[in-house]
Design a protein around this ligand. Sequence first.
Ligand code: ZN
Length: 163
Amino acid sequence: MKISYEAARAAQNDTGLRQAFLSQIDLEKARRFIAEVVYCPTTDHNHLMATNPTSRAKWGCPGERSTIEVFPNAFQLYKYEDGFKSVLIDHEGKHAEDIFENPNRIIMTARNALFICCTQRRENLREVRAIRNQLTAHALGTRNLQESHIHVLEHDLRLFLGK
Ligand SMILES: [Zn+2]
């Protein structure tokens, strides 16, 4: 049985139903970069979703599929499915693609200021690519985002571009 986004969103305390919804979602172009989408029913931080590379990818091995964690805040914030899919598929999926294609871009530790600066710039570029991917999907009509969501994305884009 297909579970609707509305049903998953309403089932605040039903981890099983939310997981079942996430397991059956069509990840479209991002499918080959994602191993699984896991629901994490923790509310002790503000995260919406997170892309977790494998330890092999962290060491720079390409071709590794990441796991995406989805937190309750994502269901809370997005009242409509396209907003949710925009973050899951177009944003986190883009991070998973980056990790799959070019895992050197992820550097977890930094030893000096210069290195931190480079790492930060790399991180910012990863965010820019992911946000542009969301805006492109909207422009192409794959996703129908609300005006308020677009404003947030454009704001974040300027932030990550340092403007
Ligand atoms: Zn991101």
